[in-house]
Design a protein around this ligand. Structure first.
Ligand code: SF4
Length: 117
């Protein structure tokens, strides 16, 4: 059985209830279409916020390090990253990129995408 999770932008919490991501998973559509019925959505996590509100980069942020430790101990295989990773100029947020690299270094596969983009 696969255990997966979703990573999103902290700022998107202001306007996003994760309905699109969760319904895509529940209905096995878009980036979740190849998962079997017994796949377990076991984790939801956000970044540690923008530099203006949190000067710590993800690699030195205790909260992010603790979250990644927990993903590893829970044996989460894959983290999907929401479309909120991309800014208005269509570039990926560098903090999300850094978190993705940290996840991969710990053996967790990263897939960029949840629902249709
Ligand atoms: S660092 Fe990037 S992903 Fe995190 S809240 Fe800011 S814009 Fe969103």
């Amino acid at each position: 059985m696969y255990k997966i999770g979703i990573l999103t932008c902290l700022d998107s919490n202001d306007v996003c209830a994760r309905v699109g991501c969760l319904s895509a998973f529940q209905n096995r559509t878009d980036f979740f279409k190849d998962y079997s019925e017994d796949t377990y959505l076991a984790a939801l996590m956000t970044c540690n916020g923008c530099k203006e509100t949190n000067p710590k980069e993800p690699f030195e942020d205790e909260g992010i390090l603790e979250k990644i430790d927990r993903l590893v101990s829970e044996q989460i295989h894959i983290i999907h990253v929401g479309v909120c990773r991309i800014d208005d100029e269509k570039k990926e947020c560098p903090r999300i990129t850094q978190i993705c690299e940290m996840l991969e270094e710990r053996g967790i596969k990263v897939i960029r995408g949840t629902h249709k983009e």
